[in-house]
Design a protein around this ligand. Sequence first.
Ligand SMILES: C[S@@+](CC[C@H](N)C(=O)[O-])C[C@H]1O[C@@H](n2cnc3c(N)ncnc32)[C@H](O)[C@@H]1O
Length: 218
Amino acid sequence: MEDALNLWASFLTNDGRLIHKWKHYFPIYERHFRDFVYKPVTFIEIGCGRGGSLQMWKRYFGPHARIVGIDILPECKEFEEDQIEIRIGAQQDRQFLENVIAEFGAPDIVLDDGSHVMSQVIASFQFLYPRVAKNGIYMVEDLHTAYWEEYEGGLRKPTTFIELSKNLLDELNADHSRGALTPTEFTRTTLSMHFYDSVTVFEKGVHTKKWAPQIGKP
Ligand SMILES: C[S@@+](CC[C@H](N)C(=O)[O-])C[C@H]1O[C@@H](n2cnc3c(N)ncnc32)[C@H](O)[C@@H]1O
């Protein structure tokens, strides 16, 4: 989408509500979100902050996008406007998330910028990832907290989202593990995983037959 709004420029020139993002996230957003621009995308952002990022996503994805903000603070409700809807609840609350999915349907994109507390990030992912649309994206940001004790983090601590992701990398390759791992729903519905400084991205899709043909003259 060559003519799409440049997200970085949109951030730098923002004079709407406050946005709080690390600058190196912008090439990551552009890389993984660009195919959804101008489409009737359902985009869920966990964590509304001061409401500016929701407005930025609305500008970026265009007139058919439905932007859904989730936050634990009731005052975030005031960020609602055309194309932006807010639901108040905790990202780790399964019943709340179930209600959100029942109301809005399968999200095309989930961006977790909520509490950044490991058990809560994992709870949201475990509930929402299977419910993301079949060609959708799940992105978790600010994963530096996976190394910080006050967010239940710690280097190689088994209960962090980074360690969960390392295990999921094996699950992605389960078909090739010669029986060591049983392929799962995650194996069947995930096309790729991407790791960046503080950000992990999962791209869903439907696998065609996995084989390695030899093509061309011997
Ligand atoms: C970093 S701010 C979001 C910033 C915003 N996305 C932006 O880019 O400008 C994190 C938000 O997550 C919310 N939050 C904290 N714990 C939460 C939880 N358990 N469930 C849902 N939201 C939570 C906070 O109230 C806060 O608004």
